[in-house]
Design a protein around this ligand. Sequence first.
Ligand SMILES: [Ca+2]
Ligand SMILES: [Ca+2]
Length: 312
Amino acid sequence: MAEDKDNKVTADYDKVFVMPEEYHGVRPDQPREVVREKIITKTKIVRKKSRALPMVVIFALFITVSLLSYIGYLTYFKPAPEPEVIVKVVEPEPVVVEPEPEPEPVVVPSQEFDPAKIEPIKLSEMFDVDVDDDGLTDAEEFLLETDYQRPDSDQDSYLDGVELENLYNPIGSDPARLEFSGLVSTYVNPTFDYDLFYPKGWFARSVDPKNSEIVFSSPMNENVSVLVLENTAQLTLAEWYSVQIDEAEANIVEFENHNNMKGVRSPDEFTVYFARGEYIYVIDYDIGLKEKASYPHLFELLVQSFVFTGQE
Ligand SMILES: [Ca+2]
Ligand SMILES: [Ca+2]
């Protein structure tokens, strides 16, 4: 049997009553005001306690939620570390500057003239026009009155040029020999004992009283001269030539004419040399400033017909 706070008995079932906490320490003999004051004080304490607990719980929850939130943030929203920016410093390749090649030194040709090192223009490279290609230029055929359009003017199977070179008459067989054809004259040098043929129409004259230099002039202002020089040491032609002309011996060309006279030719073929005793005989063809030789085969006529006379 128990009573509720209104002291009403409830008999239906057993009830356990506990003295409220505010009555703890209250004795029944205490005056009512004191009891009342204690109860009020304890009630306030209890209320304060009852109010403080939720605040602690809420605060704890707040802390918990905050921690969880921070952990979640770190877990899911932690910003990925920024990629390490590797700054690769590329050093520029060194620029290789090729040094400019030094200019080739300008070779100044020596002022000394060395004819042996100069390849001359040969007479055979300067022949004038030869229409019928018979070995005589047109100018020579006009002078000799051969047919400049017929290689074999006298139809004897020998070309005009071949006949003249061999001292035969190119315009007939009677006379067969050139010296009797009337196409050439014979020059005789009484001082130095030689003679030779020169073409008709040419003029022969002695430059000096001793006949040491004879000039044969052509109507084309081309001349052939025969000059006699002293050779007291009686050098051979090769020796004399190398000393006088100061050219290499190998540059001269030995030859033998139709009178079996042995001589040498200059490299340019414009000069021929013969030797006898104390003299050198120089036969020289001069075309002046002309670029073409009109009478090269007539010059050759003088050379081929040259012969020593008298006693050495
Ligand atoms: Ca001809
Ligand atoms: Ca002929």
